[in-house]
Write a protein of this length. Structure first.
Length: 118
């Protein structure tokens, strides 16, 4: 029974959080904000930025609903594949980031500081 159920090592277990934050700065300082357009050619560049550690705040306002859903699913899938997540800021704006970027707490402060919708 123990042969097939080997415990997997947590990839974040060996990270020294103080050292990582000091080397990379606050995640909120690296945020890229972008208003997405229909058939946006920058989607690939934005994905590379997300992979390299820049959180993305993407606004899908004014887009066709199907196209916006397509982009939202694309970036949410990318964030999840990078062990990150998507956070809804408002009806048409989302924050996408890797797990590491949420560790310093600056992204939560950023989202909490935004004006709330009525």
């Amino acid at each position: 029974m123990g042969l097939f159920f080997k415990r997997k090592k947590n990839p974040y277990q060996d990270i020294d959080l103080d050292e990582e934050v000091a080397l990379s700065g606050r995640a909120s300082d690296r945020i890229i904000m972008e208003k997405m357009n229909y058939d946006d050619p920058r989607a690939k560049e934005l994905l590379e930025a997300l992979r390299s550690g820049s959180p993305l705040v993407l606004n899908f306002d004014g887009m066709d609903l199907q196209q916006a859903d397509k982009y939202m699913a694309f970036f949410q899938g990318a964030a999840i594949a990078l062990e990150g997540r998507a956070v809804r800021i408002n009806e048409s704006t989302f924050l996408y980031a890797r797990k590491e970027e949420f560790l310093d707490g600056s992204l939560k402060e950023f989202v909490d500081s935004l004006p709330k919708e009525n």
